[in-house]
Design a protein around this ligand. Structure first.
Ligand SMILES: NC(=O)c1ccc[n+]([C@@H]2O[C@H](COP(=O)([O-])OP(=O)(O)OC[C@H]3O[C@@H](n4cnc5c(N)ncnc54)[C@H](OP(=O)(O)O)[C@@H]3O)[C@@H](O)[C@H]2O)c1
Length: 324
């Protein structure tokens, strides 16, 4: 069998390799899953780069999201059978041909989804749904801004908010990404590489957003937070810049609330039945297009380095899949 492997942290296109291995037989409460498709997500790339060394033992088998079919069932597993399609979540390891996983972390997915859709029907859809449910409720309708709006999750946030009668302003870092945010769900698009973009955002939102979703962090996230009107909220959920929000942000804008959202906190705290129901709901939203992702390319495992390069190309062309 073949799997991607990282033995030393670094830029993904240098640090990830491919090796032969013999899958570990499933132990008590475990199953083996023959992986069919796996996503290449920013969270995979930052983990390979060494962003979370304390919880990433080496060698590291990347891949937090993917779909496969149960090919062997260990002792004590009652509710999964060979051949069933599952999303083995709760940890890395999707970038390999056979993943040995705890059965309690394997969830079913809607049969109507293709493998390509199912491989992208967990992290971004669940996060977008939960962040909209938790922060964009209520009346009057908030003025909302979304940065990295051409990302897969940015598109989902735009469509989910639009479905609630809110048309957010899309922030993108360059003009190349603007076509990706030209749909009716967006009130307008603003390029943050143009000087004075904050004034445009304030004008478009009638005095600054009430709510802003930040996937970038660093200086860009802080500048977005500073456009919020008093009492506004920044939902900070990603570090695409590679940098945290500056430590003095809360002091300089004590009148705004900054909340950190991490899907893994919710998934690890929620009862299994609730996670399963949320995944079915996410699958329905993938099927109706609300939480769908554009796929730009799919690569065999042996071309994993090309896959990670393609995933980091600028311009919002869509997600990259691995087909182990
Ligand atoms: N907290 C959570 O639980 C959670 C869950 C899901 C996702 N996320 C985060 O959400 C973010 C987006 O994920 P995704 O899968 O939707 O990404 P994606 O589809 O792979 O797209 C990446 C996007 O990021 C943009 N980008 C990259 N670096 C940037 C920078 N420095 N400044 C501004 N934009 C930048 C790219 O813009 P261009 O078009 O300009 O190239 C591209 O549109 C990631 O940070 C991810 O970790 C967090």
């Amino acid at each position: 069998m073949r799997r991607a492997v990282v033995t030393r942290f670094g830029p993904a296109d240098e640090a990830v390799g491919v090796e032969d291995y013999t899958p570990r037989p499933p132990g008590e409460g475990e199953v083996q899953v023959r992986m069919a498709a796996a996503a290449v997500n920013p969270s995979d790339l930052v983990t390979i780069a060494g962003a979370y060394p304390s919880r990433t033992p080496l060698p590291h088998i990347p891949g937090f999201e993917g779909v496969g079919r149960v090919c062997a069932v260990g002792p004590g597993v009652r509710d999964l059978r060979e051949g069933e399609r599952v999303l083995p979540i709760g940890g890395p390891g999707a970038w390999q041909q056979v993943k040995t996983a705890e059965a309690r972390w394997c969830f079913r997915t809607l049969p109507e989804l293709t493998d390509e859709q199912a491989a992208l029907a967990y992290i971004n859809p669940l996060t977008a749904v939960r962040m909209v449910q938790a922060y964009a409720q209520g009346s009057p309708r908030p003025a909302v801004a979304v940065n990295a709006a051409a990302s897969a999750i940015g598109g989902m946030l735009g469509r989910l908010l639009h479905g609630r009668g809110v048309r957010p302003v899309a922030l993108v870092r360059g003009d190349a990404a603007r076509p990706a945010v030209s749909g009716p769900e967006w009130a307008a698009a603003v390029s943050t590489d143009r000087p004075g973009w904050e004034h445009d955002l304030e004008r478009l939102t009638g005095g600054g957003p009430d709510l802003a979703y930040d996937a970038v962090g660093g200086d860009a996230g802080a500048r977005l937070a500073r456009t919020l009107r008093p009492g506004g909220r920044l939902v900070h959920y990603g570090l695409l810049s590679g940098l945290p929000l500056p430590g003095d942000l809360a002091r300089s804008r004590p009148d705004v609330r900054i909340v950190l959202f991490r899907l893994r906190d919710w998934v690890h705290a929620a009862p299994r039945a609730q996670v399963q129901e949320a995944l079915y709901e996410a699958g329905r939203l993938v099927l109706d297009g609300t939480a769908a992702s554009t796929v730009q390319a799919a690569y065999p495992l042996d071309r994993v380095r090309e896959a990670v390069v393609a995933a980091q190309e600028r311009g919002g062309r869509g997600k990259v899949l691995l087909l182990p």
